[in-house]
Write a protein that binds this ligand. Structure first.
Ligand SMILES: [Zn+2]
Length: 327
């Protein structure tokens, strides 16, 4: 029935009508709040490119996790800044490492809050790459298979510390299967894996590298993270992670990759997380500070659209603010 019988504006007339026919919901229970926990600090250290996000001591991280929980956010994602770095990134699998200590402290204080641990080596390696670096034909390269063993150790250590979910973000081939075996061998058969399945080599990670002090000292990550032009490959990467035992898959970043959130969801039907990354956060903050955008409206629209694209879970630095606005 064409115009004038069909008038789509009829259902847009009032807020109540719009609410009744809204297809996508956004609530605090969809959100994950990422936090940076640093060894050896006793105060909050602001991160310049991410206003409102700080590097935290363990005590502050416990407070902040409690704040997130009180706002209805079910989970936090922990990144660690260790006391010292080395070639292998041994701080990552130290049972007394920063993420392990923070996980224990947060789980002690807030047992119902889901603690997800980022599982990678780049915050712990002196060179800033996500694995063991070797000299290759074309400069430095990350040794895939040698790195798997270190990721496996890290996963087991994080699970022993009480992590509810481990989240490998390294993009090594075969790591999900290796981590699954390591967790099972260590008795953590019920610890789920949230795999950063389609993680792109993105310029939008810039502010995070300042936050986590994890910029590669030389070279870049294009030898292991995905090329931004590739969509079919994102589906292949995700399928492989599912076959290897991933429980939740991820597309990262979110906003420039909404098409892939939808494709991966449609083609795998897996629980899907999308990471609204530091650069996406920083852009909105900068524009809002300059008065160019209404921050609240922009954030709630962006997060709703990430959900509409197919994400069940949205990881965002705006989680606490969004949860407050949604109350
Ligand atoms: Zn990494």
């Amino acid at each position: 029935m064409p115009f004038p019988q069909t008038r789509l504006r009829r259902l847009r007339a009032t807020g109540a009508l719009r609410g009744l026919v809204r297809e996508t919901s956004l609530s605090a229970s969809d959100l994950v709040y990422p936090m940076f926990v640093a060894h050896g600090i006793d105060r909050r250290e602001p991160i310049e490119a991410m206003p409102g996000v700080d590097r935290l001591s363990i005590a502050h991280a416990v407070d902040e996790a409690g704040e997130a929980k009180a706002l209805g956010i079910p989970a936090v994602l922990l990144f660690g800044l260790p006391a010292a770095k080395d070639e292998e990134g041994s701080g990552a699998w130290d049972d007394e490492g920063i993420v392990q200590l923070a996980t224990r402290a947060i789980k002690d204080a807030h047992p119902d809050l889901v603690v997800i641990t980022d599982l990678c080596l780049c915050e712990y390696t002196s060179h800033g790459h996500c694995g063991i670096v070797r000299a290759g034909a074309d400069g430095l390269t990350v040794d895939n298979d040698a790195t798997l063993e270190l990721l496996a150790r890290t996963a087991a250590s994080q699970a022993r510390a009480g992590a509810d979910i481990v989240a490998p973000s390294d993009m090594m081939d075969g790591r999900v299967g290796t981590i699954r075996h390591a967790l099972d061998d260590d008795g953590h058969t019920d610890t789920p894996i949230l795999a950063y399945s389609a993680k792109f080599a993105s310029a939008f990670y810039g502010p995070f590298r300042e936050a986590a002090d994890s910029a590669p000292a030389s070279g870049d990550r294009r030898g292991y993270q995905m090329d931004p032009g590739n969509g079919d490959e994102a589906v292949r990467e995700t399928r492989l992670d599912v076959e290897e035992g991933a429980d939740i898959v991820m597309v990262k970043p979110a906003l420039p990759y909404l098409d892939l959130i939808r494709r991966v969801k449609d083609e795998t039907r897996m629980p899907l997380a999308a990471y609204n990354v530091s650069g996406e956060y920083a852009m909105v903050k900068a524009a809002a500070t300059a008065g160019y955008l209404d921050e609240r409206a922009t954030v709630l629209e962006a997060l709703t659209c990430i959900r509409r694209a197919g994400a069940d879970i949205v990881i965002t630095y705006h989680a606490k603010e969004a949860a407050r606005w949604l109350q």
